[in-house]
Design a protein around this ligand. Structure first.
Ligand code: CS2
Ligand code: MG
Length: 412
């Protein structure tokens, strides 16, 4: 099974996606997600200029050797662009191997460890009435776990909530399909930590009062707090028994989590912006987190994220794979196959893609009673309609950034 062609497909139905398509000499095709939100074209160039020429003529069955060759032969290692490119190759090779074997990828990874994957959705609101409506809407869609993001009094716009202008423009859609905003420059948003820290506990008090103690609730602090502020928030949220508090503080400084851990038992989830196992080494070894947030798409593919999760399993840390709309249906399928097979699965983020995206990517996963399942089609179970994809050319889009009241740039 020799790779004899490779295409890098960029399409932008509801948002930009980058997909690698490998074709072998016996006519099989494999897909890999290479989408890096806001930096898509960097991965396109890395794939086209430095990876695809190395793949042609290689044996597609040699997944681990191809991974090690792409990782080590580049000399320069790690980083989001490199690891998204390697992820796309790795995922496409698993897709091919599954098709060649006539088996879904999860069977090649050791078979199913559960009947389905608990998923959580994104509820949000600029105020409590909107938030409560959004939580009810997600419960009606079958979600058994729900992430809660809220506006903050005094802030015009904030991660996780459609901005007022967008809200109206999107006919009242609570949250865009795409947090990145189309345009040639990143949008500037405002932020004030003290207002946020005062407000969030009151929101969870109200949500628990309205929806009771059982509903698994998650919250994403999105890298915006200092370690002591993160400790303060984790402690303040303990009465509301969160499933997890995510990205409480920028995790480049992994020691920071020691301070947070000393002050709170609220479970912590970190890692959606990590891209190799080495980014996790300290926080897994010291059990400073409870969930690994990485997506297959950003972490070197199925092969490497499995290694991260196998390392995490030694410390009773579970998966919590990243699954917003900037993980394409191909990346989501890869996550579902890996999540179904590993023992230490925790929860899967599932932010539903838009209708146009579903036209471009024919998927075979199922969503029932709050559980996802990748399906049993050979490979990943996703096909890309090139004609549909061709209708949606790339559109420059950047994620926003924050500035504080005094103009200082801050994590978004
Ligand atoms: C967020 C993401 O889903 C999440 O947990 O952190 O929506 C994140 O903002 C985007 O993936 C950035 O592209
Ligand atoms: Mg997040």
């Amino acid at each position: 099974m020799i790779i004899d062609s490779a295409e890098v497909i960029v399409t932008s139905p509801d948002r930009n996606f980058v997909t690698l398509k490998l074709t072998t000499d016996d006519g099989l095709t494999g897909l890999g997600d290479a989408t890096l939100n806001g930096r898509e074209l960097a991965v396109v160039a890395y794939l086209k200029d430095h990876v695809v020429p190395l793949l042609l003529g290689r044996d597609a069955h040699r997944i681990e050797d191809t991974w090690q060759f792409l990782y080590r032969s580049a000399y320069w290692r790690r980083g989001p662009v490199t690891m998204a490119a390697i992820a796309a190759v790795d995922t496409a090779l698993w897709d091919l191997k599954g098709k060649a074997a006539g088996m879904p990828v999860y069977q090649l990874l050791g078979g199913a460890s559960r009947t389905g994957l608990l998923a959580y959705g994104h509820a949000s609101g600029r105020d409590l009435p909107e938030l409560f409506d959004s939580i009810r809407a997600h419960q009606a869609q079958g979600y058994k776990a729900i992430r809660v993001q809220t506006g903050v009094p005094g802030l015009k716009s904030i991660y996780g909530i459609a901005s007022n202008a967008t809200y109206e423009a999107m006919d009242g859609v609570r949250y865009d399909h795409e947090p990145a905003q189309r345009g040639s420059l990143p949008a500037e948003e405002d932020w004030d930590t003290r207002s946020y820290l005062r407000h969030v506990p009151t929101v969870f008090e109200a949500v628990r009062g309205e929806f009771g103690p059982e509903l698994p609730l998650l919250h994403d602090a999105h890298h915006r707090l200092t370690p002591v502020q993160a400790a303060q928030l984790g402690k303040a949220l303990e009465p509301y028994d969160l499933f997890w508090l995510e990205d409480v503080t920028p995790a480049e400084n992994q020691e920071a989590l020691r301070l947070v851990r000393r002050h709170t038992t609220t479970p912590l989830a970190i890692g959606e912006i990590f891209n190799t196992v080495w980014d996790y080494q300290q926080i897994i070894r010291e059990q400073l987190i409870d969930y690994v947030r990485s997506a297959v798409t950003h972490t070197g593919g199925i092969s490497h994220l499995k290694k991260v999760l196998d390392y995490a399993a030694q410390y009773q840390i579970k998966s919590g794979m990243h699954g917003p709309t900037d993980i394409s249906p191909v990346g989501m399928a890869a996550a579902l196959h890996l999540g179904l097979s590993v023992h230490n699965f925790g929860i899967q983020e599932y932010m539903r893609h838009g209708a146009r995206t579903d036209q471009v990517f024919q998927q075979s996963f199922t969503w029932q009673d709050g559980l996802l399942h990748p399906g049993d089609r050979p490979g990943l179970g996703v096909e890309l309609d090139l004609d549909e994809a061709g209708k949606y050319p790339y559109v420059q889009a950047y994620l926003p950034f924050n500035r504080l009241a005094d103009g200082t740039v801050h994590d978004w």
